[in-house]
Design a protein around this ligand. Structure first.
Ligand SMILES: [Zn+2]
Length: 147
């Protein structure tokens, strides 16, 4: 089921790194947030409880696997997991690498900006994120996490 007015029904939402029968893992390439990944359920549902338990489990296993790959590949100080859907009520999770010197830390990335990050630091982190994207593309999500 699709909703033509919905961003995630009508757009990929970023570069698709992995897609299986039920979800996709995308790199939205946001300049301020190197390595930010979104895991988007394909069907237009708003809440985790719209999914069957096995579907929830598959989604969270993918979210956690992405978190693990972020930790392995870019070693941030912290990883934030978030799911809101207030603006786009189509189930998706944000998996966000955080650094103590990033522009918003320790606030959420939707909080107030606290500092500027030097371009050289951002560029280095975006470079690391390319390795992360490759690791996600290479990871065998399809056989492991189809719901
Ligand atoms: Zn949708």
């Amino acid at each position: 089921m699709k909703n033509n007015k919905c961003h995630f029904c009508s757009h990929d939402g970023g570069d698709i790194l992995v897609s299986n029968s039920v979800l996709r893992v995308i790199a939205p390439l946001e300049p301020e947030f190197p390595g930010l990944i979104r895991v988007v359920w394909h069907a237009h549902v708003a809440e985790m409880t719209d999914l069957e338990p096995n579907q929830r489990s598959a989604l969270m296993q993918v979210v956690c696997q992405v978190e693990q790959l972020i930790r392995d590949m870019i070693k941030p100080h912290k990883v934030n997991l978030a799911s809101f859907g207030n603006f786009v009520p189509h189930l998706h999770w944000h998996v966000i690498p955080r650094w103590e010197d990033d522009a918003y830390f320790p606030e959420s990335i939707w909080g107030g900006k606290l500092r500027e990050v030097p371009q050289s630091v951002l560029q280095e982190r975006h470079q690391q994120a390319l390795d992360l994207f490759e690791a996600i593309r290479s990871f065998d999500f399809k056989s492991k996490y189809n719901a």
